[in-house]
Design a protein around this ligand. Structure first.
Ligand SMILES: Cc1cc2nc3c(=O)[nH]c(=O)nc-3n(C[C@H](O)[C@H](O)[C@H](O)COP(=O)(O)OP(=O)(O)OC[C@H]3O[C@@H](n4cnc5c(N)ncnc54)[C@H](O)[C@@H]3O)c2cc1C
Ligand code: FES
Length: 267
């Protein structure tokens, strides 16, 4: 087995509380292997292992970070850890985002902003103009606003309850957002991504979307994350796909599969 597929046990160097339910865990990283925004790592707490997007890539400080939303048992246990505690990390895996042109639009919902925050850092460092539509259920759950602002990103917010910015869903806000974007990068709940993709396709804006599927091996062997019969495995050909690729994936925006492979509708 490639040594990349064996977890490396790393000390948690710093923990940043991003919101009541999201913490960023930062590790020292030697960058022997390139890490791209949109790629993910498998995180092992010595009991279970789960995929997490890389949300911070800092070769200058030799650090990477992952931002974890507390939703269940695994994420609850990781949230209970402190600086200096250990986690197993293997990866990075999958296909990340590609950047092109000068004007970038980011559309992120909830914890979907994690890979987009890393992409915003790269795009602004390259001198691109970046607009970000940051969406969440409530104002408290809007992520990375200070970090995006410090990077020079032009931010629009939208919340389901109207507690900050536009009241409504990201795709509804997108309909009123102006700008000539060369490309867009999207990550968040799949029904939201489905609507956003339709709007951007109509505007002929090239768009990349980052998908989540239940993962086991993360290296393309077990078949758990296959998308219909397209030959796409989210862990290997994704998690980032171009909209043209997803246009032939029937399950996109409609259903996902549970750990036993049964279909679970999004709606
Ligand atoms: C490519 C990718 C990147 C991700 N990036 C992030 C991230 O940056 N931050 C973050 O907080 N979450 C991320 N997730 C989701 C995260 O892996 C799950 O939310 C987490 O595993 C839930 O664990 P739990 O035991 O606490 O909750 P559970 O109660 O077990 O599950 C809560 C939800 O997470 C899903 N889930 C559980 N296990 C897995 C698994 N092995 N693979 C995929 N989904 C699972 C379940 O279907 C359920 O919808 C990502 C998932 C994928 C596939
Ligand atoms: S998780 Fe095993 S093939 Fe993708």
């Amino acid at each position: 087995m490639d040594s990349m597929n064996v977890p490396e046990v790393l000390e948690i160097k710093r923990i940043v509380e991003e919101s009541e339910s999201v913490k960023t865990f930062i590790f020292s990283w030697d960058f022997r292997q390139e890490v791209r925004p949109g790629q993910f790592v498998m995180v092992w707490d010595f009991r279970d292992e789960k995929p997490m997007s890389v949300s911070l890539i800092d070769p200058v400080r030799s650090e990477i970070g992952i931002s974890i939303r507390r939703v269940g048992e695994f994420t609850g246990r990781v949230h209970g850890l402190s600086e200096g505690d250990l986690l197993g990390i293997r990866g990075p895996y999958g296909r990340g985002f590609e950047l092109m042109g000068r004007d970038l639009l980011l559309v992120g919902g909830g914890i979907g902003m994690a890979p987009l925050a890393a992409l915003a850092d790269e795009a602004t460092a390259r001198g691109m103009r970046v607009d970000a539509l940051v969406a969440a259920r409530t104002a408290d759950e809007l992520l990375f606003l200070d970090r995006l602002e410090a990077a020079g990103v032009n931010i629009s917010t939208c919340t389901d309850d109207g507690s900050c910015g536009f009241k409504g869903f990201a795709h509804e806000r997108l309909l009123t957002l102006e700008g000539n974007h060369d490309m867009a990068a999207v990550c968040g709940p799949e029904p939201m991504m489905f609507q956003v993709m339709r709007i951007l396709d109509e505007r002929s804006v090239p768009v990349q979307l980052s998908l989540e599927r239940y993962m086991k091996c993360a290296v393309g062997i077990c078949g758990q994350c296959c998308l219909d019969d397209t030959g796409f495995r989210v862990c290997a050909e994704g998690p980032v796909f171009w909209s043209q690729e997803l246009s032939r994936v029937r399950e996109f925006g409609r259903y996902r599969r549970d750990p036993a492979g049964r279909r679970v509708p999004w709606w």
